[in-house]
Design a protein around this ligand. Sequence first.
Ligand code: SF4
Ligand code: MG
Length: 330
Amino acid sequence: RTDALTKHFGGVGFLKKSPVVQAVDGISLEVKRGETFAIVGESGCGKSTLARLLMRLLEPTSGEVVFDGKDISHAAGPDLTRLRRDMQFIFQDPFSSLNPRMTVGKLIAEPLEVHAPELSAAERRAKVADIMQKVGLPAEHAGRYPHEFSGGQRQRIGIARALITGPKLVIGDEPVSALDVSVQAQVINLLGDLSRELGVTLVVIAHDLGVIRHMSDRVAVMYLGRIVEMGTAEEVFSAPHHPYTQALLASIPAPRPEGEDRMTTLTGEMPSPAAPPPGCRFHTRCPFARPDCKTTVPDLSAVEGASHQVACHHWQEIDAPAGAPQQAPH
Ligand code: SF4
Ligand code: MG
């Protein structure tokens, strides 16, 4: 759970003259145990910063991150070591995060040396063989080196490393965006299946809604440091209310049902997070912007039912995209 979580970069001490970058601005969300939660947005929207705040790789400027009932935003020492076991990270580029001189078996076992030093060598090997089998890597490949594996297999190694300590939460920052499109779905589905099987809570950061469409329980859409829409995957994908979400959905490179070409398309650049527009931060690119959008910040508020929330003054007036069921015809 996060509460009014904010991360501003710069603007302190030596950097007084540099602009304050509002990378993450007042984000409150709650990830439920065991669910797969996706955070989506264009690069520069602050989603990686949010992921690093959740992992306590960064300290927030204000607000808090609560994990297992404890505020971890300033955790240090033994608390931090425990967190590193309970929360694991899967990086974007599996190759750069793997030491090329270590065998795959050693790489996968490495987190155990820190977090489970009591294990014997045989116990460690058994755990490695078990997790390799779970991620679909032949156990007899444990003696090979990372360069002998394909990109998709290397990300399976990354997943095995993340899961071997038995974490409660795994955060993947664009875990498949460096992979060929053809293997993205395989790897993301594997991640989803494993988290379900092992009861691990999964937070996936992505810039592409298509990638996480079928594996997430809930989705938060970020724009310039704020959440603009949040709900179950079903709510966000089949009845998006925020013009930005609609535009992101329209940009998914996939055959679309007829009529969906009426959807908003994104034009223009995302403004710099160092100088976010006042009011609704999306107003400079929003085809539906009205005068009040430039002055008044829209809060996230419930749409239908408490789970679907949108931050737009005018979502009710904006036509839902064709193809999205509004009201079932009788
Ligand atoms: Fe567009 Fe206004 Fe809604 Fe922002 S609040 S998304 S500018 S209509
Ligand atoms: Mg990023």
